[in-house]
Design a protein around this ligand. Structure first.
Ligand SMILES: NC(=O)c1ccc[n+]([C@@H]2O[C@H](COP(=O)([O-])OP(=O)(O)OC[C@H]3O[C@@H](n4cnc5c(N)ncnc54)[C@H](O)[C@@H]3O)[C@@H](O)[C@H]2O)c1
Length: 283
């Protein structure tokens, strides 16, 4: 793969949760190309192992490890496997995250007409269980792996944690209250961890990706005939650069934050990578 620059991570072990996903698979490949041994942690072992095989075929070192990031026992078990195979974790990317349809309202603005309409999911129809699941995945799913893998870093007296926040952490996006609040929590937790670990040599930062057109959200963003949906038009009109990001455009920032030579005095930062979306008031 074409990397913007290549820090030497050859003595490092990296753990990437949600590592087989659209964005994090890019990070896994990039870390491996920089020499890191990469543990790809996710719920579906076959996907993690398939990516590990791809990385190995390209000359890198990687392994798939199965764990649900909200399940402490499973993450503990995964940690043991990483320790056995690669040794202590130096770099942790908390990439597992996401939203649920049951925690998403159909409309941007509440209207009384929808209150008793069985065909419309208004704010009042959102499920507490779904809301809680989104918090659990994004917040606990960051907290538990950090508690587990940062132990290695505390013992070593150095290490790097990168969390994945989102644009909706700065200003909530319509329709997705749980995901917005949870990512806001991820940003806040990033700052808290940065301060808490500041005397230990562990740095903790986050990236906040803007909008990326991937397979996952294709149906939301593009009509069947390939024309943009109304949501796409809205996103692009609010993105000063006027386009979606490409997953590989996050890689430079991730490598930069991983490398002590580049960012050794940076901790507690939530870095927007968004074509200017966060800076634009719309006027
Ligand atoms: N795609 C975007 O535009 C975008 C924008 C901002 C932030 N993000 C964030 O970036 C991260 C990666 O997103 P993505 O778009 O690549 O999504 P993705 O769905 O492709 O990747 C997420 C990965 O996490 C895994 N996962 C989900 N729940 C898990 C669990 N409980 N335990 C372990 N693994 C689990 C999934 O299997 C998947 O491989 C997420 O935190 C997401 O919230 C994405």
């Amino acid at each position: 793969m074409d990397l913007p620059f290549k820090p030497d991570l050859s003595s490092k072990t990296a753990v990437v949760t949600g590592g087989a996903g659209v964005l994090c698979s890019e990070f896994c490949s990039a870390l491996a190309e920089c020499g890191a041994k990469v543990a790809i942690l996710g719920r579906t072992l076959s996907k993690c192992e398939a990516l590990a095989e791809e990385i190995k075929a390209a000359g890198g070192e990687a392994m798939g490890v199965c764990a649900d990031v909200t399940d402490r026992a499973a993450v503990e078990e995964a940690h043991k496997k990483v320790l056995d195979a690669y040794g202590k974790c130096d770099i942790l990317i908390n990439g597992a995250g996401g939203n649920k349809p049951g925690a998403t309202s159909d409309d941007e603005f509440f209207s009384m007409d929808t209150l008793n309409d069985p065909g419309k999911k208004s704010f009042f129809d959102l499920g507490a269980g779904d809301f809680s699941d989104v918090f659990s995945l994004n917040i606990l799913g960051t907290f538990i792996p950090t508690q587990e893998f940062a132990r290695d870093m505390a013992e070593a007296g150095c290490g790097c944690i990168i969390n994945i926040s989102s644009m909706n952490a700065f200003t909530p996006l319509t329709k997705i209250p749980a995901y917005s609040a949870a990512k806001s929590g991820v940003s806040n937790f990033t700052e808290w961890l940065a301060v808490h670990f500041a005397k230990t040599g562990i740095r903790c930062n986050a990236i906040a990706p803007g909008f990326f057109s991937t397979e996952q959200n294709a149906a939301l963003l593009w009509n069947e005939d390939g024309t943009p949906t109304a949501r796409t038009e809205k996103i692009l009109s609010q993105t000063p650069m006027g386009r979606f990001g490409k997953p590989e455009e996050l890689t430079g920032a991730v490598l930069f934050l991983c490398d002590d030579n580049c960012s050794g005095f940076m901790t507690g930062v939530v870095l927007p990578i968004d074509g200017g979306f966060n800076a634009y008031s719309g006027v």
